[in-house]
Design a binder for this molecule. Sequence first.
Ligand code: FNR
Length: 346
Amino acid sequence: MPKQDPQIQRKVEHLFLAEKFFTDKASADFDKVRLLHDALPELSLKDIDLSTSFLGRKISMPIYFNAITGGSRQSARFNSQLATLAKELNIPVSSGSMGVALRLPETETSFKVLRENNPNGIVISNVSAKANAEQAKTAVDMVNADALQIHLNNLQELAMPEGDKEFFWLDNIKDIVKSIKVPVIVKEVGFGISQNNLADLYNVGVKFVDISGSGGTDFAQIESERNHELDLTYLDQLSLSTVEALLESIPYQKKMTVLASGGIRTPMDVIKAIRLGANAVGMSGLVLHHLQKTSLEETKIFFDQFTKQLQIIMAAIGAKTITDIKKAPIILDGSLTNYIKQRNIK
Ligand code: FNR
């Protein structure tokens, strides 16, 4: 693989900087959401069923490893580990942006490992919103993907010195949705999607969205660290937190499948995201942190314990199934009710 290619170099820096800025305390606003327990749940902990359906297929819990990487030697190692873990946990795994492999075919192996290590699981391809339909199809075929993610990352691009400065994306997205055979998930990269943008996406035929809000990995911070000319860290002030973006999605939850990511740290965050309407919850920073700081084996133990805790919380709120979580009593703090009012969310 060419070592000095700037796009590959950037991927390596993202891995390193995401870890540098990782914190256990996310600010995705889950602390502003309360769930109430059920003192008469009439269930047994052993009967709690975490399984759910993701794009029409059964998975063991409503979690997926979201887009992270590909292209470099380091990416190949992480993708190999992510796919192995996803297979063991029976959850979906997404690739990082595959633009680099479309340009440099010698980097394809760092993506193909996702399918090789997880031959029967759900693997998701990922391209930028400027990709055309043919490139999107190549990305899907490369890993025999079950779905395609298109990422919206204009704030990230603006914060990058070498980033795109033109953002004409809706027609591309429309074309891809029309011509690609697998489900297309449009996702943000940690700045959230507003109800106005959900309307735009719905109008061009998008049925699956990952609102990927702020509170976790922050690309304004990461790119500002890489950008030695301008400090654009403050761009994150324009973001919607993951909870805010989930609230924005409420009017669309019957028409679109809503997925959530951004700053997921605990099993309680996952349950709250589902209560707010997410069908499944994605994580990047958290799993990457464990893989970078510990080993694949220890990361597996972390997720086994995470799974047990999801079951315990479900028992505590009287939810036997993932669908039951959506009936749990919920209380939002004043800043969120004010947000709902000002944003006119109905
Ligand atoms: C990302 N993310 C990302 N998203 C995407 O659609 N394509 C990509 O190539 C990448 N690359 C990438 C690299 C690294 C190192 C990280 C940590 C993340 C964004 C990711 O999928 C997610 O939307 C955000 O990171 C928010 O979730 P977390 O990290 O707070 O769980």
